[in-house]
Structure formats: structure tokens, C-alpha cells
Design a protein around this ligand. Structure first.
Ligand SMILES: Cc1ncc(COP(=O)(O)O)c(C=O)c1O
Length: 478
């Protein structure tokens, strides 16, 4: 492939972002093979312009409803500092889940009023950090946790720190199912999250007992990640809205915001060439095309209707809506480049095995959720994929494979790539930007890979240096 014109235009391409140039995969015009030459393999590559576009899509969606929308990027999806900076520069706020993520968000320049803090099990130290920083909201996950916030305020004041009442949001778990993986559903009563509906009123009454210590300002539900349908969002919003009205009627207290969580899905099956090998429900979930504008339109329609019925439109008109998008900001803005290190045939089965340098220690979801990331050849991106290969990573674990080792069909048994893939060929797993870099670990003494961000100007910038062997032992004491 020497011509600049691709033999065909694969379905995974995105004009201006993911393209075929000179036969190679190009990311915002930057040649993937040049990147591997410069930054080595495996390599994460992110696109700042794609992050921008994803955030612009969310902001446009906000224009379709008549309430202010505050977007708080779920930093657990990817909290690399340069990624956080790109998100901040794109003009949205931040959701954190630990003292560490709070530290990173503040360090990168998010203002306290731009930060909300979720979590089921916050330590006293984490609580103190959040209270001291005076963030927009601490989302409490149980009635007991209200005590913990109050104690934190008292503790800091006893030390002479002049903190105002902490702003608190109560997280609910109203038993709403979605069509995502069970492990990604968080509004079921079997999930570990939130306060159940039967305890909501008691929780709010408890939260309102000491206004000098906590200011209960919102209500929160996150139905789960990769939610393919609008209905669970609408149901969750309606539930929160109805609680808001009840709380107002019972206590006179008016909540400022309703937080609908994250979960806007990403289409992982833009290229559907292997989709027919996935079970139907998996295909529907992974290939979801749900517009955030449609979600917001529907939730407001439902809430307006209910508000009219109970004569509470004035309450709805005071509400700010919060969203916590993670995946929809960063998943398709990142990919992994990986090199084939080894090849073997298995004459008994007729299989050709490609052994890459990218294992599940850098893409945990591929192992624990059997998550489908479309695989292409970055070296021969314009060539048709017509041959099936067994593909696996480098870890000493038979589960480190790009198919479903348990034979439950959640991943295709084979990956389709061009003919005659050979060692040295660079492959790419697409849509790997979310829940990957943030979950990497050193299993098998594997130094973690570098990451680069293609800037808005189109130049690659190192945003995570590759680990050295010394990094493997830096915290060991012997
Ligand atoms: C509380 C909360 N908010 C937001 C998110 C982000 O979800 P997503 O990345 O699907 O947008 C998550 C992740 O599951 C979460 O647990």
C-alpha cells in the first residue's frame, strides 16, 4: 500500500479523526506507525479534538431543554492529568470518586464549585479534604454518611478551620434496570450503591436536622454505564423529581439540583463486520446510538408533565440538572496501538495465533466484562480484513485473550484482519479511551505503556511516560 488513497473506506473511520492515510491508520492526520516508532508499543493515543467534539455534542444537547445543565466529567473514566486538562479546557466540570481524584481535579485547575464527589466508602481523610475544599456537592451514599459529613465539619471547625456547611446530595437507588451488563447497573436494590426509596424521606429529614453543618442541595441517581435506552433515564429523573416535590411538601425545603448521573452510551460497533458474532443483547448494548439531546428532551417532558399535574412547575423552574458523563466524553477519543510479537499455528485446529504486546492489564474491561473493542491493522488500515485469527496478549494467564475464554460468546472467537499478518505488524484496538488507562496494573512485571495526546493543532504530545523497570519496584520495601 503506497498510494495515499485507501483501497476502501472502512466503517470504523471518522472523517478528520480516524482515517486511512498512505495505507496506515492516521489519528487527526498523525501516522500511527510513526507514533509507535517514536513512543514504542503498546501505546495509548488520544485525540483532543475528539474530546472537544464529544463535549460539544453534550453542550448542544443541553440547549434543547429550558433548565441549566451542569456537566461533571466522571474522572474515573480516565483521570490522566492531560485528559483532565483537555476536559477542563473544553469547559465542563468534574466528578470524582476518591481523595486521589479530588486531588487531581484540584491540581489540574478545576475550581471547588466545579467538583462533585461520589463514593460508597469515603474515609475521614477524604471527607475532610472534600469539606475543606468546599466543593459543589458531596454525594452521600447512606443515611449514616450524613453523620460522617457532619462530623467532618465539626472536626475541621474544632481545629480552627472556618468551613461553611458542607453541600450534600443524597444518592438514591430506586430499582431501575437497564440493558447494560449487570456489573455496570447501579440503580438496582442488589447494587451496593445509594439509599433505597423506602428510606429517602427519612434520609432527607436527617439531612435537614443540622443546617449549620450540612446544606442538602440535591438528589442523585446513576442508573449505570452504557445505558442503551432513554427509558431508565426518564424513570430515574421522574423518581427524583417526585421525591423533590415530596420533600418540599413535607419539609418546605427546596432542592437546587437533580443529578442524573452518567451512562450515555458509546457505539463500540461503528464497524459491524464482526457484530453478527455477538449475542443480540450484547450487540444492542455495545452498538447503542443514543443522543444525549433525546435523553434530556424526554426527562424534561416527563418532569414537566408531572409538575403540571401536581402544580409544582415553579419548583421545576428552580432546578439545575447535573450529568456525569464519562464514557461518552473519552471512550472513542482513545485507542491502543499494539504490536504482534509472536505468531504460531495450531495444525490440529487450523488456527493462526497472533500474540500481541497488549494484555488485559492495560484494558481490564476486555477481561472482566469481555468488552468488545474493534481490532484493526494499523499498518494496513486500508486493506480488507478477510482472515480470522486467534488473538491474545502477553500475560501468563490463559484469560489474556481477545475472545471469550469461557465460551459464553460475549466476544467473537476470532478477530478478522488482513491476510498474512506477521510479527512486527501494528494493530489497533479502537474506542479504548474509557476505563482502560485508569485501570492499568503491573501484572507479570509489565511496565505500563506511554500515552500521547494529539493536540488541537494536530501534534502528538506525551501525556504519560512509559514506565521503566525501576517504576516496577519503586514502592517495594526490602
Ligand atoms: C456515579 C457515577 N457517575 C458517573 C459514571 C460515569 O458513567 P459513564 O462513564 O457511563 O458515563 C459512573 C460510572 O459508572 C458512576 O458510577
Amino acid at each position: 500500500m503506497s498510494s495515499g488513497i485507501a483501497a476502501h473506506c472502512p466503517a470504523w473511520t471518522i472523517p478528520g479523526y480516524l482515517e486511512v492515510r498512505e495505507g496506515h491508520l492516521a489519528i487527526n492526520g498523525v501516522d500511527a506507525i510513526d507514533l509507535v516508532r517514536e513512543f514504542k508499543s503498546p501505546l495509548f493515543v488520544f485525540s483532543e479534538s475528539r474530546i472537544r467534539d464529544n463535549i460539544t455534542r453534550l453542550k448542544r444537547a443541553a440547549e434543547v431543554v429550558d433548565r441549566p445543565i451542569k456537566f461533571c466529567y466522571a474522572s474515573k473514566a480516565n483521570s490522566n492529568m492531560a485528559i483532565l486538562q483537555a476536559v477542563r479546557n473544553a469547559g465542563i466540570d468534574c466528578e470524582v470518586n476518591s481523595g486521589g481524584e479530588l486531588f487531581k481535579a484540584l491540581r489540574v485547575g478545576f475550581k471547588p464549585e466545579q467538583i462533585i464527589f461520589n463514593g460508597t466508602s469515603k474515609s475521614d481523610e477524604e471527607m475532610d479534604e472534600a469539606v475543606r475544599a468546599q466543593i459543589y456537592a458531596i454525594n452521600v451514599d447512606s443515611i449514616y454518611e450524613i453523620d460522617l459529613v457532619e462530623q467532618s465539619v465539626l472536626r475541621l471547625r474544632a481545629r480552627g478551620e472556618n468551613v461553611p456547611p458542607a453541600r450534600v446530595t443524597l444518592r438514591l437507588v430506586p430499582e431501575i434496570g437497564t440493558r447494560s451488563h449487570l456489573g455496570l447497573q447501579t440503580a438496582l436494590l442488589t447494587s451496593k450503591f445509594g439509599i433505597s426509596s423506602s428510606e429517602v424521606l427519612a434520609a432527607f429529614r436527617r439531612g435537614l436536622q443540622h443546617p449549620e453543618l450540612v446544606n442538602v442541595c440535591g438528589i442523585h441517581i446513576h442508573v449505570g454505564s452504557q445505558t442503551p435506552d432513554v427509558e431508565p433515564f426518564a424513570e430515574a429523573f421522574k423518581s427524583m423529581w417526585e421525591h423533590l416535590v415530596t420533600i418540599h411538601n413535607e419539609t418546605g425545603h427546596t432542592l437546587e439540583h437533580i443529578n442524573l448521573g452518567g451512562g450515555i452510551p458509546v457505539n463500540y460497533l461503528r464497524d459491524r463486520s464482526q457484530a453478527d458474532q455477538l449475542p443480540e443483547h450484547e450487540r444492542d448494548m455495545l452498538g447503542a446510538e443514543l443522543e444525549p439531546a433525546d435523553v434530556l428532551t424526554e426527562v424534561m417532558r416527563v418532569a414537566r408533565e408531572s409538575a403540571r399535574t401536581v402544580n409544582a412547575e415553579h419548583l421545576l423552574d428552580q432546578v439545575t440538572i447535573l450529568l456525569e458523563p464519562g464514557r461518552s466524553v473519552i471512550a472513542d477519543a482513545g485507542l491502543v496501538l499494539t504490536t504482534v510479537n509472536n505468531i504460531k499455528t495450531r495444525p490440529e485446529t487450523g488456527d493462526v495465533w497472533l500474540l500481541t504486546d497488549a494484555g488485559y492489564n492495560i484494558m481490564l474491561s476486555m477481561n472482566n466484562y469481555k468488552w468488545y473493542y474493534h481490532l484493526i491493522s494499523a499498518s494496513r488500515a486500508g486493506e480488507r480484513s478477510s482472515r480470522d485469527y486467534k488473538v491474545a496478549g502477553p500475560l501468563c494467564d490463559s484469560g489474556d485473550v481477545y475472545f471469550d475464554i469461557e465460551r459464553e460468546g460475549r466476544l467473537p472467537d476470532y478477530r478478522r484482519l488482513p491476510d498474512d499478518v506477521a510479527p512486527g505488524e501494528v494493530l489497533s484496538l479502537l474506542n479504548c479511551g474509557a476505563y482502560s488507562l485508569a485501570q492499568m496494573f503491573h501484572y507479570n512485571g509489565r511496565p505500563l505503556p506511554a500515552a500521547v495526546l494529539i493536540s488541537l493543532e494536530g501534534s502528538p504530545k506525551l501525556i504519560r511516560r512509559r514506565d521503566t523497570y525501576d517504576d516496577l519496584i519503586t514502592n517495594d520495601v526490602w
